[in-house]
Design a protein around this ligand. Structure first.
Ligand code: MRU
Length: 344
């Protein structure tokens, strides 16, 4: 299984997703600021993965602190947390994971600084391990939705690379394949950063799962021809009413799916649900550098120098376009999500 993030003895190892698919390169981070920069630069990306990377960054930063008392240690650690939290605004998993780290700090107020540093490493590694287990549970629930021979359309990359491992949307596909079903995937290329073309295709090829790449504007034509039976995508943040924020282009895909009677599922862990958001309208949408649109992968410029460019990294899909939300606790209709969040 691909491991995009690992805690090594004293440093964090990230699989550099900007180098894929051309080379498998690792970025060894010995400073939490390098982890933060890697999140900003999409070297590690995907909602659960940036949460895990941030947790590891907090643990890494903690090791370098020289504070001797709990209060001084806590103050310095909060500054590290703030630095990591400022990297990307949309995926709630980032803030969730940092909050988990702060909870560990605050439940060990009587511990020595040495002990606190060890506890923070333990917690970051636990978050990583738990995420993989959660993805496998999402996969088990979601696999039941896929029938032998079906073709699944996905968008962006919600696979091993976007999580601790196994994946959410691609975890569903993976689990169905592990059950012996012949499932094939259509990956939308996902302009402007091409997570579909570069990452989803590479990842599925590693597992020998059949995958066909299309450009984002081809999905409607394929649905009309009956060549897509189901859509499964990931999420960066889900409001309590079931509205979903995910990679730009998800909304268009959901509209197309509705127009063609194709079921549209979102696969995500409960850590992606933001109970404080009553609807998706309040979720902050990251606006990224215009260069991502103006140039293909930072290389060839495809538009005149003075072009006005808008580059929102995410969009919001209203709950009514979503057939179901696949979580580690089962599949919920968007309107039943709040109930699902409360169930144990
Ligand atoms: O900008 P990215 O690559 O971090 O965006 C990632 C996505 O939108 C994914 O679909 C989402 O985080 C779900 S990952 C399991």
């Amino acid at each position: 299984m691909i491991s995009p993030i690992e805690w090594k003895d004293g440093y964090v190892r990230l699989l550099d997703q900007q180098a894929l698919p051309h080379s498998v390169t690792f970025l060894d981070c010995r400073d939490y600021r390098v982890v933060a920069q890697a999140i900003k630069d999409l070297r590690v990306r995907g909602a659960p993965a940036i949460g895990i990377a941030a947790a590891m960054g907090v643990a890494l930063g903690a090791q370098t602190l020289e504070a001797k008392t709990f209060d001084a240690f806590s103050k310095d650690l909060c500054e590290i947390c703030d630095h990591l939290a400022a990297t990307r605004p949309t995926a709630v998993n980032l803030f969730w994971a940092i909050e988990q780290m702060k909870k560990v700090l605050n439940t060990h107020r009587d511990a020595s600084v040495v002990e606190l540093k060890a506890q923070l490493i333990t917690e970051a590694c636990r978050i990583l391990k738990e995420d993989i287990e959660v993805n496998k549970a999402i996969g088990r629930h979601g696999a039941a939705l896929l029938a032998e021979g079906q073709t699944v359309m996905t968008h962006c990359n919600a696979g091993s690379l976007a999580t601790g491992g196994y994946g959410t949307a691609l975890g569903v596909v993976r689990a169905a394949c592990e059950e012996g079903k012949n499932i094939s995937v259509i990956a939308g290329e996902t302009r402007p950063v091409l997570q579909g073309a570069r990452l989803t295709v590479w990842e599925l090829q590693q597992d020998k799962i059949p995958v066909t790449l299309i450009t984002d504007n081809m999905a409607g034509a394929l649905m009309r021809q009956g060549r897509i039976q189901v859509c499964v995508v990931g999420a960066d943040r889900i409001a309590s009413n079931g509205d979903v924020v995910n990679k730009i282009g998800t909304y268009s895909l959901a509209v197309l799916a509705r127009a063609h009677g194709v079921p549209f599922y979102v696969a995500a862990p409960r850590s992606t649900i933001d109970a404080s958001m009553s609807s998706g309208d309040g979720i902050p949408i990251e606006e990224r550098d215009t260069g991502e649109v103006a140039n293909v992968l930072g290389m060839t410029r495809i538009t005149p120098e003075n072009t006005v460019i808008h580059n929102p990294a995410f969009d919001m899909t209203p709950a009514q376009l979503i057939t179901g939300i696949i979580t580690e606790r089962g599949i919920f209709r968007p309107e039943d999500l709040a109930r699902g969040m409360l169930e144990c």
